[in-house]
Design a binder for this molecule. Structure first.
Ligand SMILES: Cc1cc2nc3c(=O)[nH]c(=O)nc-3n(C[C@H](O)[C@H](O)[C@H](O)COP(=O)(O)O)c2cc1C
Length: 219
């Protein structure tokens, strides 16, 4: 399988979320092609005027771009190439301010492009073009939230799970799993991380990603 990792873990070796990501890596490494985009090192560009005009011109009006315009939107195009390459996209970051960190949203803004990753039917209904792919989102937060719905009533404040699932569904992903763990309470942190690791193991098994060498070793 080809796995694209989109990570923003600025805590680096102190990152709680990296505990979940490293657990995933340890379980699947060896059997898959894994490519990593580090959003901390290489933040995606945002739509400034030039890039936005290039996007409208090319993706909505079907017009040619100048080389300057091509260069402006080219960075976003390369990010889409990588998503198209992947069978599985793994997104991993902490929760910041009840949602995904801005740089993760920037990555989504760069790759959600009409004509490449979504389009409209002749009746004007949008549809995702990233069919046949799976996504796994791993994040940790300080607090514990309910993610069945988002409201203004605490603890229904987890917009990360909601928003990321909406975008992945819009893009046509067949399966989008979100695994989270709350880390602020020292009495429940380890238990929460363990529950999350077990859920990651289940997903790895369901998606047939288990490291063959490891399964042989267990037998
Ligand atoms: C800038 C910032 C904003 C945060 N916002 C939230 C938040 O809205 N809700 C929450 O529960 N935790 C929040 N946290 C706590 C982190 O999500 C939590 O500590 C997480 O485990 C950190 O993961 P990391 O170690 O991988 O960076 C925030 C932390 C930072 C640094």
């Amino acid at each position: 399988m080809k796995i694209l990792v989109v990570k923003y873990l600025p805590g680096r070796e102190y990152s709680n979320t990296a505990i979940l990501y490293n657990h995933f890596l340890k379980k699947v490494e060896g059997n898959h092609q894994i490519e990593e985009i580090d959003l901390e090192q290489n933040p995606p560009p945002f739509f400034d005027h030039k890039t936005l005009m290039a996007y409208y011109r090319r993706n909505y009006q079907g017009k040619e771009l100048s080389s300057d315009q091509k260069n402006a939107i080219g960075v976003m195009d390369k990010l889409i190439d990588k998503v198209e390459w992947a069978d599985i996209v793994l997104i991993t970051s902490p929760m910041h301010n009840f949602g995904m960190p801005g740089v993760v949203k920037l990555w989504f803004d760069a790759i959600i492009q009409k004509g490449r990753t979504f389009d409209y039917t002749s009746e004007g209904i949008p549809y995702g073009k990233l069919k046949g792919k799976k996504a796994l989102v791993l994040f940790t937060s300080g607090g514990e939230y309910s993610c069945h719905q988002v409201t203004l009533n605490y603890p229904e404040w987890d917009t990360y799970s909601f928003h990321v699932k909406i975008m992945l569904t819009f893009l046509g992903f067949d399966n989008a799993e979100v695994v989270t763990a709350a880390t602020a309470n020292p009495h429940s942190k380890e238990k929460n991380l363990l529950i999350a690791k077990n859920r990651i193991d289940e997903i790895i098994k369901n998606w047939n990603l288990v490291n063959a060498a490891e399964s042989i070793h267990k037998i």
